[in-house]
Design a protein around this ligand. Structure first.
Ligand code: SF4
Length: 288
């Protein structure tokens, strides 16, 4: 959870009790220092020595449950979230807000597992809407429609990044482990209705997976599918384990796939965001 954001200081919460801190005020200014607290006994006063100013970001995740079983998922999931002891995160967030550790400018990021499964998700979202937070990111499988998300889209304060990875039901089932393509499509369609005409608040993410969707046909289908839905913003990632195994030896067909994807987005006037590691590869290819 810590270290995924580009901001400098933040607090990460896992619903099963872990609280982590990232601040550039520790360890000679390094950005990666974190401390574990057990959320069940959390005393807000311990933060006083750790965080001197309002944090840049708060990350919320439970790591424990999702509607899907993606081939590349790293989360340590259980089938029944009710079996996981979770601490009541809402009063902690409220107190952090009251003490001004969190302000309207703090970036809120829901990730790790599907956040919408947590019983306090809607309550948290309405709290963030009512306190006029400006920048919320939700990573979701779009298997459950939440009106709180739709309202946040309408208020232009949220980005919803949907894990999709394909342009057809066949590959969807192969990647996600379930035949739930139609559910995702119907949820996405509802969210898009609340997006303004730029259509950039609902983002379809594509994680390139070795031997499954690492080809131009699937990328093309993903573009066409997104266009059919009216989506204008996409993001591209690569599965972590595979990327690590490659150890910098990126095969030519993968490099060509990145160029193909960028060209396709340019032709179709799409805004496509590569994750930093893909951006890095792409920039190296282009600079040759
Ligand atoms: S949508 Fe995300 S959390 Fe859910 S199984 Fe896929 S990768 Fe894991």
């Amino acid at each position: 959870m810590i270290g995924k954001s580009s901001s400098n200081s933040g607090i990460g919460f896992s619903y099963d009790g872990k609280i982590l801190i990232k601040s550039d005020e520790y360890e000679d200014g390094k950005l990666t220092v974190c401390e574990n607290f057990n959320g069940f006994n959390f005393d807000i006063n311990v933060l006083k020595d750790k965080i001197k100013a309002p944090v840049d970001f708060v990350e919320l995740g439970h790591w424990k449950s999702c509607f899907l079983k993606c081939l590349y998922c790293n989360e340590d999931k259980v089938d029944d979230l009710s079996l996981v002891n979770h601490f009541d995160i809402f009063p902690v967030i409220e107190e952090l807000f009251d003490k001004k550790y969190i302000t309207k400018d703090t970036k809120i990021i829901f990730e790790c597992g599907d956040a919408t499964l947590h019983p306090e998700f809607d309550k948290l979202m309405y709290y963030f809407i009512n306190t006029e937070m400006k920048d919320i990111t939700i990573k979701t499988s779009a298997q459950r429609y939440c009106h709180s998300i739709a309202e946040a889209i309408d208020k232009k304060i949220v980005k919803v990044i949907v894990s999709f990875d394909c342009g057809c039901p066949y590959i969807y089932e192969r990647v996600k482990g379930y035949n739930k393509f139609d559910i995702a499509v119907s949820v996405i369609k509802k969210y898009i209705q609340y997006d303004d005409r730029k259509k950039k608040r609902v983002i379809l993410n594509y994680t390139i997976i070795n031997g499954v969707n690492d080809n131009q046909k699937e990328i093309f289908d993903w573009f066409m599918f997104s266009r059919g839905l009216g989506i204008k913003k996409l993001s591209l990632d690569i599965e972590n384990k595979w990327f690590e195994q490659l150890n910098g030896n990126i095969p030519d067909y993968l490099k060509e796939l990145l160029i193909f994807t960028k060209d396709l987005s340019g032709l179709n006037n799409y805004d496509i965001e590569f994750t930093p590691k893909l951006d890095d590869i792409y920039n190296k290819i282009k600079s040759r």
